[in-house]
Design a protein around this ligand. Structure first.
Ligand code: FE2
Length: 428
């Protein structure tokens, strides 16, 4: 089963990526950054983890306030570098570990952490800034995979320090119950002390930062009792993102070996690194089996229901492109492009030939079997003038008239709104 090797804490200020991109390794003002990261880099090189569970916050790049999530787990196969206003940094995309991510997601939900899940999103400096100095790439290829965990710490209310620690404890159960023999390191990022807004901009507190490094290593419970205001008072408002380190710490054993730590304050943010080796006993086999059973409980039995296909994280990942194509039909320009030139729209969306074929033939049942979600199908129905009832009948393999006879009233409807031309394509 999977094993947690240790936990890494690191700042994720863009300074680190900037110093790397501008070859500042020998520059006296910047060299301490690289010196602080070096032992962690060496440790990762030596340990060769199969995956990093990477905890960070996005900086209003890929996650905006139109739908801001608290704990969002990445389930993707690959993560590109985000453009934060001046073109993306010149780094290769980072491979994900979708199977591990799915397991962790299911395990955390079982433990009553109501996660959000994301894919198709690039990662900003919160991820790539420290990664560019921590991992050595061979021929532009990253040496490991990641499962990113994005924590919404920018818009209050945000999770408490205590909640973050508990999430870490659940994360440990999630990783240690993963059936494959893989080696995982937990990386938490953010901070240390800084404030970048308002008249208090430029606030730092190196004494508190040192204390924080001691407490997170030796007495993390003390940190869980602190409020956001107390973190802000000691380490600056933006510095309170260090609560993310408690997720990492919660996933480790009570006793850890502090192998390395460093601290340097060049400009606005206290740049720290911390490396804790895990001293956990293996999860007992019975505990693991019981946990896996609990994880399977909610959907257990659904496989016996004929014609029923739960839409899972696995389905969602596999069929993301076609579902995105269907979802984008809510955009007037996209649906017009599709109506004017379907083949061009398929091409632009990068759909495979089997996907195009399903859409061309309006194979409603085939689309469901393939993994398209019904609520995408009803949008397509609305655009091409096919009623929902027609889609239901087609999925059942029945003529529409026959299916309508099974309803209390023979009404037809769709989600087409003001553009409703419900019978355009079916002629009924
Ligand atoms: Fe941050």
């Amino acid at each position: 089963m999977a094993r947690i090797l240790g936990g890494i804490g690191a700042s994720h200020t863009p300074t680190i990526g900037f110093a790397y991109d501008h070859n500042k390794q020998q520059d006296p003002a910047w060299a301490p950054i690289f010196a602080g990261f070096e032992p962690v880099r060496q440790w990762l090189k030596q340990q060769r983890p199969d995956a990093l569970l990477y905890i960070f916050n996005d900086h209003v790049t890929s996650f905006f306030f139109d739908h801001y999530s608290t704990f969002a787990l990445g389930i993707d196969e690959c993560y590109a570098v985000a453009d934060e206003g001046g073109q993306p940094r010149d780094l290769p995309a980072m491979p994900g570990h979708p199977a591990l991510a799915r397991h962790i997601g299911a395990s955390l939900m079982t433990d009553e952490f109501d996660m959000a899940f994301f894919q198709g999103k690039p990662l900003d400096h919160g991820f790539f800034s420290p990664m560019s100095v921590l991992l050595e790439r061979e021929q532009q290829r990253w040496p490991t995979t990641i499962v990113p965990l994005q924590v919404g710490v920018l818009q209050f209310p945000v999770p408490s320090a205590a909640r973050c620690f508990k999430l870490g404890q659940a994360l440990r159960r999630a990783i240690e119950s993963y059936p494959q023999d893989i080696r995982v390191a937990i990386v938490a990022t953010g901070g240390l002390s800084h404030q970048v807004h308002g008249e208090r901009a430029g606030f730092n507190n190196p004494q508190w930062d040192e204390k924080f490094l001691d407490l997170i290593s030796e007495d993390p419970i003390a940190l869980t009792a602190m409020t956001q205001a107390q973190y802000a008072e000691r380490g600056g408002m933006e510095g309170s993102e260090v609560i993310m380190w408690l997720i990492m710490r919660g996933a480790l054993s009570a006793n850890v070996r502090r192998v390395h730590s460093s601290y340097y304050l060049p400009s606005m943010t206290g740049i720290a690194t911390l490396l804790l080796e895990n001293e956990a006993a293996e999860m007992p086999e019975l505990t693991r089996r019981e946990h896996l059973q609990r994880m399977a409980q909610q959907l257990s039995g659904v496989e016996k229901l004929p014609g029923t296909y739960p839409f899972t994280l696995g389905t969602s990942l596999q069929t993301y492109r076609i579902n995105k194509f269907l979802h984008d039909l809510v955009i007037p320009a996209h649906r017009q492009r599709f109506l004017n030139n379907p083949e061009g729209a398929f091409e632009q969306a990068g759909l495979t030939e089997p996907e195009r074929d399903l859409l061309r033939r309006r194979d409603w049942r085939g689309l469901i079997h393939y993994g398209a979600i019904f609520f995408g199908l009803e949008k397509l129905g609305a655009v091409v003038g096919v009623s929902n009832l027609h889609i239901y009948a087609a999925m059942r393999g029945q003529p529409l008239d026959e299916f309508l006879k099974t309803r209390n009233t023979a009404v037809k409807y769709s989600v087409a709104g003001r553009d409703a031309t419900a019978t355009k394509e079916t002629g009924r």
